[in-house]
Design a protein around this ligand. Sequence first.
Ligand code: C2E
Ligand code: MG
Ligand code: MG
Ligand code: MG
Length: 281
Amino acid sequence: AAKNAGRGRVEVFDEDASKHSLGRLELRSDLSQALARNELTIHYQPIVELDGGQVVGFEALCRWTHPRRGPIPPDEFIPLAEETGAIVGIGEWVLGEACRRLVEWQRLRGNEHLRISVNLSPVQLAQPDAAARTLDVITAAGAVPSDVWLEITEHSSIRQDVTGFVTALRAAGVHFALDDFGMAYSNLSHLKRLPVEILKIDKSFVAGLPAKDTDRGIVRAVLAIADSLGLTVVAEGIESADQRAELLALNCRQGQGYLFSRPITPEAATALLRAGTLILA
Ligand code: C2E
Ligand code: MG
Ligand code: MG
Ligand code: MG
């Protein structure tokens, strides 16, 4: 029995060691202060019409500059924020900030229907009153709900039933995108259940264009599904002119990626809009 207990302890310790290494624990606690200490910022990546390079909107992407460690990538700190629950406050702040920027940019462009895309964590969706709170943040920022696209992942719609949330906000005009489409379990019944209007093709598939037949096949299939269901497709991670040309050949109309622009500071986004709304890649 003693031997078993010992073995059990070792396992628990191992798990702890990987999940809560000293660095991770420290980051977790630092993250809880990050918002209050103004260490978080938001960068904005243009979403463009692939044909012509017209900017149709921006995706808000959160950034954390740690006072000693420097920039921490969101793929690292968002999961930590989800573990601690800090993502709820961070997510509402990102949404509010992004909506205020949107209003500023629409004024600058003469009320043009620019849109803002904001990522939502499954942890936010699980909050009581998530729908009402989300709508409050949007309207308090002065944004028109129908200019806001909320990006949720297939993963979050598997972990919980998000139909109520999505349906309530759709009724208020907010649009929904299924992010990283094709990456998770790709259960097509989501598309039947959820009133989403946009599918974002994950950059891992775009990366294989135009050479990889499997990736081209997947992109083609996603576009066919979207077409028959009347959904818009946005391709992520477009880095080359060849990828853009291939996507256009497959009749994908919108996308984002380093070819057009990296995520940029709000000031750089304002400068871009002042100069016009065309990015010719
Ligand atoms: P995502 O929502 O799928 O965002 C797209 C990611 O692709 C961003 O990474 C963006 O910088 C990157 N990207 C854009 N164009 C290219 C390209 O041409 N090539 C390559 N290789 N990458 C490109 P980022 O900013 O590091 O964000 C990573 C993920 O973190 C996001 O993936 C999203 O899931 C999450 N995230 C970021 N900000 C937030 C936030 O405010 N809230 C939540 N819940 N998640 C966020
Ligand atoms: Mg996204
Ligand atoms: Mg994505
Ligand atoms: Mg992603």
